[in-house]
Design a protein around this ligand. Structure first.
Ligand SMILES: [Zn+2]
Length: 412
């Protein structure tokens, strides 16, 4: 370990943050001047680290630590280089820079597989109304119809690719095949407060949460707030209030998070008993089965409340995404490595946010490590990580590559 590796990585994150569409602040969208500049910088650093560099069909930047005798499929390490509007410096970029430093440290060590480092050019989907374009192309999920999606300046993705120097007809044609890939590793900031709360520098990701969203509608009877006694009311909002606390209690007691974020009360007057309430329900879990069970149980509990209060409940599913588990063996290996590097038992936690890894799971096993970020703040210029934590994450990543190269070593 080189002392100060964490600081070195943070310095590079500062340099990357200069490639921005904003004067003061960081915004870097897909197929822009900033995208090109940032990837030129990364390509330069990758070449200095002894990697073979190339840009793929959709503008992802790659660097390969080539094996002299590859006897196993290629290991891919990566994250995304694009950002949200007025972003922090570490979301995505930290994972790329950690991969770069890890391969620098492994320079001169011959591994039984190539290691490809990738900077995915679009994950956030800020410019075109679709996300995860970069990893979708690598994982064979790029949809040619996306080329027609226009940005806010009415420029289609295909046109933007042409101006960037990429032939749109080739987009996604260089996808990797499952048998060519050993695994995909991604280190990412947590974007939540759990590791900070536990005072841990890193944590092992168990999976990327699946989500279901509903619009629920509760019908009661509007009435005069002064003349209708409580026993004779059918107050839709009181029913929904009970439903919301039931939802919260369920989330506290089960492996899900459940949130009511929107609530619309009608008629919405101070002197009228609420007759109609429409509210949202967002349920997430890293385990698809738990998510399904939770949604069924919650619906029957809410229905029970509605019936007891003589209210009518209807529910409509408005969005769903499947949970994507991280590979169990990779989780176990991260766990051992984290314990060795930190001297404490590893924390295993789900990701409530989406990541490139969930797309890469279409072609290979995924393994993710989270790095503590200050107060869990992300998608915000105040996003912050500390150098010691980054050094711990780096050491874990270097150990992981070596463990995958020598699974029978007593090291971890
Ligand atoms: Zn991210």
């Amino acid at each position: 370990m080189t002392l100060g590796s964490g600081e070195e990585i943070l310095k590079r994150a500062d340099e990357m943050a200069q490639f921005s569409a904003m004067e003061k602040g960081l915004t870097r969208a897909y197929l822009t001047k900033e995208h090109k500049q940032a990837h030129q910088q990364l390509s330069h650093w990758m070449a200095l680290a002894g990697l073979e560099v190339w840009q793929d069909s959709v503008g992802n930047q790659w660097g390969r630590k080539a094996s002299s005798n590859p006897t196993q499929p290629t290991l891919i390490i990566g994250s995304h280089s694009d950002t949200v509007v007025n972003a922090g410096k570490y979301d995505g970029n930290l994972g790329i820079l950690l991969g770069l430093e890890a391969l620098k440290q492994l320079e001169g060590i011959d591994l039984p597989f190539h290691v490809d480092l990738v900077a995915f050019a679009d994950e956030e989907g800020v410019r075109f109304n679709t996300t995860l374009i970069g990893s979708s192309a690598t994982a064979g999920c790029f949809q040619p119809a996306w080329l027609d999606i226009k940005d806010s300046d009415n420029i289609a993705m295909g046109e933007a690719m042409l101006s960037f120097g990429l032939p749109p007809e080739l987009a996604g044609k260089d996808a990797r095949l499952p048998q060519e890939v050993k695994a995909y590793l991604e280190v990412h900031i947590e974007q939540g407060p759990v590791l900070e709360d536990l005072n841990l520098p890193v944590g092992v990701v168990t999976g990327i949460a699946g989500a279901k969203r509903y619009q629920l509608s509760v019908k009661g009877m509007a009435g005069h707030a002064g003349t209708v006694p409580h026993a004779l009311r059918m107050d839709a909002l009181c029913g929904v209030a009970e439903m919301i606390t039931t939802i919260e209690t369920y989330g506290l007691e089960h492996n899900v998070v459940a949130t009511v974020g929107k609530c619309d009360v009608k008629p919405g007057a101070v002197n009228v008993i609420p007759g109609d309430v429409v509210f949202s329900l967002d349920v997430r879990s890293p385990v698809q089965g738990d998510l399904e069970v939770a949604c069924n149980e919650l619906h029957s509990q809410l229905e029970e409340i509605a019936q007891r209060r003589e209210l009518q409940l209807t529910s409509e599913l408005t969005y769903q995404a499947e949970a994507v588990p991280c590979n169990a063996e990779l989780q176990q290996q991260w766990g051992k490595i984290v314990e060795k590097q930190t001297g404490t038992k590893a924390c295993f936690l789900p990701s409530g946010a989406g990541h490139d890894a969930m797309v890469m799971a279409n072609i290979t096993d995924i393994g993710m490590l989270f790095v503590r970020c200050e107060k869990g703040i992300s998608h915000n210029p105040r996003e912050q990580v500390n150098a010691q934590d980054v050094t711990v994450a780096l050491n874990c990543l270097v150990d992981m590559v070596q463990l995958l190269a020598n699974p029978n070593s007593a090291e971890a």
